[in-house]
Write a protein that binds this ligand. Structure first.
Ligand code: BEZ
Ligand code: FE
Length: 277
């Protein structure tokens, strides 16, 4: 295998991977190599441009740690996260739609009782959240496991605050015997995704903004149903049509209503897709 040129190198690389025993891994590597090579040929990638790409990925690696995930941001802002969600979460009409998980979900969030304040000291206007968890047939899903997480009024998640030693604006709840859930928190606001790294530079270079419309994240699980990762969006947000990560679905937008006492209320009823028996 010598004297490879731009037309013969792709086949040579594919042959190098042809003994991959796992058929799915082989399929993915083959397709990735083919598309990467086709991309480089199509745009006539120069060596300087290729090096810029390597530097971009190197910066993404350097800025990533267990609190900051630049690679998820790359995937999100290129629409790859939402494409993967869309392909893998096709559900019957009537089920709540899924959207991106984002980089701010954490394992082992604190557990709360229904009615508790998951804000736990986060700054923001009070907001009472309630609704139901039902299956597609209308049956309540008693005891469903519900995780919620959100930013504070400055658009910051607890994990973005190095000096904070406890969780704020996130928690795990259990639906009651009738599938009801309710908790106190704070009003979600629009916030920019982290944009002080290479993804931010990419957004500037392409004349795009980093903002996400106000939302509250939910992850809902119960045996017998497909797990659901989604958000509820605030109806009056200016970024609903230009979400930096392409995550908005019309069915997930709901009214967040300001009550006469200044507090907000929000109701959202979730419908889970049963796992086929
Ligand atoms: C989020 O909603 O938490 C999020 C999603 C994608 C990128 C950054 C943040
Ligand atoms: Fe978020």
């Amino acid at each position: 295998m010598r004297n490879l040129d731009e037309h013969t190198i792709t086949q040579a690389v594919l042959e190098r991977f042809s003994n991959t025993p796992d058929p799915r891994l082989k399929e993915i590597i083959f397709s990735l190599v083919q598309h990467l090579h086709d991309f480089a040929r199509e745009v006539r990638l120069t060596e300087e441009e290729w090096l810029e790409g390597i530097k971009f990925l190197t910066r993404a690696g350097h800025i990533t740690d267990d609190k900051r995930q630049e690679f998820i941001l790359i995937s999100d802002t290129l629409g790859l996260s939402m494409l993967t969600v869309a392909m893998n979460n096709q559900k019957p009409d009537g089920c709540t739609e899924a959207t991106v998980v984002g980089p701010f979900h954490v394992e082992n969030a604190p557990h709360y009782n229904l009615g508790d304040d998951v804000g736990n000291g986060a700054i923001g206007a009070p907001c009472f959240v309630k609704g139901t968890i039902k299956g597609l047939g209308g049956e309540p899903v008693p005891g469903a496991h519900i995780e919620v997480w959100q930013s504070d009024e400055d658009g910051m998640y607890d994990v973005q605050k190095p000096d904070l030693d406890h969780s704020q604006g996130r928690g795990v709840l259990k639906a009651d015997a009738d599938g009801n859930y309710y908790f106190k928190s704070i009003l979600a606001v629009a916030y920019p995704i982290p944009h002080d790294g290479p993804v931010g530079d990419m957004l500037v270079a392409t004349k795009n903004h980093p903002w996400r419309p106000a939302h509250l994240h939910f992850m809902i699980k119960s045996p017998g149903y497909e797990s659901l990762i989604t958000h509820v969006f605030r109806h009056d947000d200016q970024y609903l049509d230009s979400d930096a990560v392409f995550g908005v679905r019309q069915s997930l937008i709901t009214d967040w209503i300001q009550q006469p006492n200044g507090e907000y209320t929000l109701e959202f009823n979730f419908v889970l897709n049963p796992v086929p028996k």
